[in-house]
Design a protein around this ligand. Sequence first.
Ligand code: GLV
Length: 324
Amino acid sequence: MKKPKVFVSRLLPDEALEHLRASCEVEVNGADRTLTPVELKKRLDGSAGLVSLLTDAVGDDVLATPGLKCVSNVAVGHNNVDVAAATRRKVLVTNTPGVLTETTADFAWALMMAAARRIPEADRYTRRGLYQGWDIMSMLGVDVHNKTLGLVGFGRIGVAMAQRAKGFGMRVLYSDVKRAPEDLESAVSARHATLSSLLSQSDFVSVHVPLSPETRHLIGAKELGEMKRTAVLINTARGAVIDEAALVAALRKGTIFAAGLDVYENEPDMAPGLAELDNVVLAPHIASASSATRTRMAMIAASDMVAALEGRRPSHLVNPEALG
Ligand code: GLV
């Protein structure tokens, strides 16, 4: 029997490609860049499957490819895929939750520590040869231990942050559209709060919500103004959850102490002025980037693609309605 064709939008770890090749005819975009939707649609021609990355814009046009059955997005977030259009067209969409939870929480924690204790700024200073001897007033940061951590979003990664906070003796607040079960709240010692009350009480605010029309600019000038002047804001979710221009203004004015960002509103671009600020730690969307985790993500996407094309239910199906 002829193997179904799968198009892979960017090079993946070998293991995942081998898994796909065992049952599919695989074509990989060899170019070291993201394809435009027009290029993607052209390359997809005749494919039953698309393995996409979060940088691919998978809109209705791409999803309209005749014979397309499944889009496996190698990411937990799937805001780059028009899931409603996929469901209408009976195209299955899968993602890669779970495997990246702890790795992402580790990185959010690292950003928090780095921003609080000004580690990248101190590194730049030391490398430049500016260190002239111990100074009691130099590079003063804010403490993390025994402070209040506010988690905006209390899904898997939010909960993993709360677990880490225990070791630092922190009080944990969370805001979420859904209140967590009481046993989970008490297991990780987290208390539900409104966003506004969380912002005004927290020393660290870490964002862990998916991007949706409801969460776009959830944190804007008003919300930044509600935070403590000593607070640190961390974002490892999606850039557009924060109004980046408003954040630049707040960091400049000292409305908050610092920020740590792994994601941006218009990646790979950054808001004007952001990169010139010393009180922000910047990373290039690498929160899940340990080699083990990135390989696991690619393997999940590959297995789910194979399952979908063999008529089995993928293990991480975003739109089960498309099966009906
Ligand atoms: C990374 O941002 C992901 O959604 O997996």
